[in-house]
Design a protein around this ligand. Sequence first.
Ligand code: AGP
Length: 609
Amino acid sequence: MCGIIGFTGTANAVPKMLKGLSVLEYRGYDSVGIAAQTAGGVDVVKCKGRIHVLEEKLRDEPLPESRCAIGHTRWATHGGPSDVNAHPHRAGRVVLVHNGIIENYRELAADLQKSGVTFLSQTDTEVAAALINACYDRLGDPAAAIRQATDRMRGAYAFGILFDDRPGEVWVIRRGSPLILAKGQDGFYLASDMTALLPFTKQYCAMEEGEIACLTPEHTLLMREDGSTQPAVWKTTSMTPESAQKGGYPHFMLKEIHEQPGAVRKSVSPRVADGLPDFSADGITPEFWKTVKGIQIVACGSAMHAGLVGARVLEELAGAPTTVHIASEYRYYPPLFSEGTLVVVISQSGETADTLAALRYAKSRGVPTLAIVNAVETTIAREADRRVYTYAGPEIAVATTKGYCTQVSVLWTMAAAIAYACGRMDAAQARAVVAALEQEVPQAIEAMLAKRDQFARIAKGLVDHEHVFYIGRGLDYAMSMEAALKLKEISYIHCEAYAAGELKHGTISLIEPGTPVFALATDPALVDKTESNIREVRSRGAQVTMICREGTAVPAESTDEIVYLPDGSAPAVLFAALTAVQMIAYETAARLGCDIDRPRNLAKSVTVE
Ligand code: AGP
């Protein structure tokens, strides 16, 4: 996600911006910029690329010394990485930086264009700047203009704003995206998180939702939505630069697991219009969905596992025959293409060589392609005919969590969109699926995050074992594949996923007294069958942990441990199970002292075949 920083005070602001932005680099970004206030107004220098590119640009086009500035690292969502899409953005007398997504930016832009506004970039942020400027032109007061403009915005935002004619003032508002204010020896600061401000101060004030702040060299004033104003109240943080890089979490993986509720909302909501699944913002119409007669999902690793879940949902909801292919196998055993086949490639990084090769193969055969990608403007995203971005934000840990989670949420939304477009679902049914994804799923994930003690206890029982099994049926089998990969790739304990009913056809010979077996049983229609498989392994001495809905009748003698999931819709229970298996893997690896964010032998993006 984007990083924001700002300062106003008695020191030169530009070096502070560069220092703070370099600390924010961990958030992941593809372009960067600074705006500095001088006697003549606000100057902007920005570019695609890393901070060193900006520093070179500043050497060529130095900013005059300034005591008031804002800075930004951009992780592209709307509009690819480019100089023109980089922040800060200017509109009239307003220059601003933004973290978040303005969901209704298209309709706001259309209104502004009717009054003659033109846009240079493809970003939602430039639209926000133009709207604030239009209100400022009308009202003449920064606070009133910011309030009036943001009242019309839907989505999440944190803005740092300079006005040409308000020297020394930095204006701020946040809703749905974090923003921290800080007080230093030489002035006042703002940033997306405390990380960027630790080099300057430890005194901070977290802003409330909807609050506006005005920072001047002398003071910081907060304005609540009810119009009341009060000075900022400063606290002292215990964070250190190293810990703050991870937002206070010990590992990026844990931070990213905790980011999943918000990541699912950010990935599903832009595909919802009037409560119905709608991919028109991605340039995909109901008419296109109607042409889809069969789907081939192609990916690697966890992305392929997300495809296994997506395939079952696409077939069940949309009635679209769907197959899932390991990308590295795909073009050597070319599948048959028939009229109406859509090839869907899934990739968090957007650069995985095997998946890219499969995409190019499909394109060479003239088959329509669609990419589900997290990293914007990457090779796979650019080369696919269509792309649907997950808005999980940068994923730093090598073992994917929110990447996989948002891939499944987008696939589920897509299944509802196809079903609704093809008349297999009526509006009420489609709305129910979307509501479950947008509301129930994040809550279910949150509920499971509160069970960390149970996962830590389960992990304690795993660390001395060499072999662990996950078993399940249907969607639970698909989820077992991801559960097994998560555990083995970060704890180095061998873990195998098996269709619950298949174990007895050979592999059960590996079960011996004490072998840990996790039984995923979220589907009420399949619990009894899975139950009998549990008894098969338990009778051979397995230590069984069942992961099932609250209210599932589980005979006491059949399991050693039960992880209860909040009862609810199929997606909510499945995402709850996902959170459980992610946390079991995390706690096990943490207990073993493994390098959780950078497991041995692994790379975050495998760009070789
Ligand atoms: C998952 O935890 C692994 N990091 C790996 O399996 C990964 O999912 C796979 O390499 C695909 O990467 P991609 O999504 O970036 O294409």
